[in-house]
Design a protein around this ligand. Structure first.
Ligand SMILES: N[C@@H](CCC(=O)N[C@@H](CS)C(=O)NCC(=O)O)C(=O)O
Length: 234
């Protein structure tokens, strides 16, 4: 176990509400490798705190004097530098295939989930983040949060189509990586943990093979994801 690792992890107004899909990838990868980490609650506008990483997004992992960013690069760093711990990829082909899954998750799944959950995020944010989040995300989507919220039904239908391939795979095997979870699962599950933390909306039906896999991922690593704080809804 390494005692020195620190992770800047996106938080809401409540320090304990950790909702970044990309940070969850890293949290799960660290747990998979059995590496202890101190997580540091970080807000969107706290760019100075992670300036040493040379950019402004999390996850940022600090290992001794190394400042690492980009969830995929962090996964490769952990695999290569903590080679005696359980593997995230299994083999060279597994690493290449996990890269494809990771990229699909970032470029196809994350935007589809964002369309559904982003209007719920401002309510969870620290006051100092709210304006920044609204301005940057409304500009990125080209519409207001109110317009996005009004399109939720359409967004859920589009997400359902996006999830078709994942659904077929998980109907045939327990995890994306096969019989046991590995980084391909972390890369995809981060998006579901994001929605779970921040939004009351259910992304999949209870009898969907994806829901069964989400349950398995929530229980993995001693229930790390299941025990995580969720946004309180009244
Ligand atoms: N490709 C990056 C994406 C990182 C990213 O977008 N992180 C978000 C949180 S999920 C962030 O820090 N955003 C800061 C901002 O929008 O200012 C990765 O996989 O690590």
């Amino acid at each position: 176990m390494s005692a020195a690792l620190r992770l800047f992890d996106l938080a809401g107004a409540d320090d304990g509400l950790r909702f970044s899909p990309n940070c969850w990838r890293t949290r799960l990868a660290l747990a998979h490798k059995g590496l202890a980490v101190q997580t540091i609650a970080w807000r969107f506008t706290e760019k100075d705190a992670i300036a040493q990483s040379g950019q402004g997004k999390v996850p940022v992992l600090v290992d001794g004097d190394k400042w690492l960013h980009e969830s995929w690069d962090i996964a490769e760093y952990l695999e290569d530098n903590y080679a005696d711990s359980p593997s995230l990829f299994g083999c060279a082909q597994g690493r290449a295939t996990a890269r494809f899954v990771n990229q699909w998750s970032s470029e196809v799944l994350h935007p589809a989930v964002a369309r559904v959950v982003v209007p719920d995020i401002p309510a969870a944010l620290h006051d100092k983040d709210r304006d920044y989040f609204r301005t940057t995300r409304e500009a990125a989507f080209g519409r207001t949060f109110a317009a996005l919220a009004a399109e939720r039904g359409e967004a859920l239908a589009a997400l359902d189509r996006t999830l078709g391939v994942l659904r077929s795979v998980l109907a045939r095997q327990s995890f994306v990586a096969g019989a046991a979870p590995a980084y391909a699962d972390h890369a995809v599950f981060g998006a579901f943990q994001w929605a779970r933390a921040i939004s009351g909306v259910k992304l999949t039906a209870p009898d969907d093979p994806i829901s069964t896999w989400v349950d398995r991922m929530l229980d993995a690593y001693g229930g790390l994801a299941r025990s995580a704080k969720r946004m309180e809804r009244v």
